[in-house]
Design a protein around this ligand. Structure first.
Ligand code: SAH
Length: 214
């Protein structure tokens, strides 16, 4: 309960302070994004609390997700609600900020669909849960890692909307590191767990960029 309410409380506080500081457009967008993100996670991961039966790279995983949390949440909040990063602000190119919402919406849509299809098999870290099933249908028929595709889109939106040399690219860079470090071990985990089923699935499905028209 507390974990659910906390993000919304932080959001309202950030919004209030940031609007008062006078960055209304970026603030509004960031908060809308945060609200949608939290809502999708909270609504669609209900029941994803089955016991974990296998976990890999625990320390490495916690470090990576913490870095992404700083890049996608903490630095944007500091930029919008405090003067700490004001020195790194820049004037965006014409149309740059306006292009952000379209990318963010595409990202949130894919994020929603992937959570819906992955359902109870979702974990923030590399884990296999009791009754874990290999998902190959829905949006997972088009790409093997739609949730990562979604997060890439969302961090690109962050880069476009937050005109700050530090907080703008921070999401994309930290997530890129997470992706590059995690993708090998994650696919190995799936291969070890699901064997030939995973191999067949991986052979017919691209990683991040969807197969269209299928
Ligand atoms: N990489 C996926 C899932 C991210 S959530 C995506 O981008 O959509 C990470 C967890 O999902 C991992 O702990 C792994 O156990 C699980 N996972 C990844 N691919 C899966 C699949 N096709 N079916 C079931 N679980 C999967």
């Amino acid at each position: 309960m507390f974990k659910t309410i906390l993000p919304y409380a932080i959001m309202v506080a950030t919004g209030g302070i940031a609007l008062w500081r006078g960055a209304p457009y970026a603030t509004l967008l960031f908060l809308l994004f945060l609200a949608s993100w939290v809502t999708v996670r909270v609504v669609l991961t209900r029941g994803a609390e089955k016991p974990v039966i296998e976990e890999r790279g625990r320390r490495r995983e916690r470090t990576l997700t913490t870095a992404v949390f700083v890049g996608m949440i903490i630095l944007p909040i500091l930029t919008l609600a405090t003067p700490l990063l004001d020195f790194a602000a820049y004037r965006g190119l014409p149309g740059q900020v306006a292009a952000g919402p379209a990318v963010a919406l595409a990202g949130l849509y894919v994020f929603w669909r992937s959570h819906e299809d992955l359902g109870k098999n979702w974990s923030a870290h590399l884990e296999v849960r009791e009754g874990h099933r290999l998902v190959t249908g829905g949006i997972y028929a088009r790409m093997r890692h739609p949730m990562y595709t979604a997060i890439f889109l969302i961090t690109v939106a962050q880069l476009l909307i937050l005109t700050n040399w530090i907080a703008g690219p921070a999401g994309l860079l930290t997530f890129l590191v997470l992706y590059m470090v995690r993708i090998g071990p994650e696919e190995q985990l799936m291969a070890d767990r699901f064997g030939a089923d995973w191999e067949a699935y991986a052979a017919r499905t691209p990683r991040l960029i969807p197969k269209l028209g299928a």
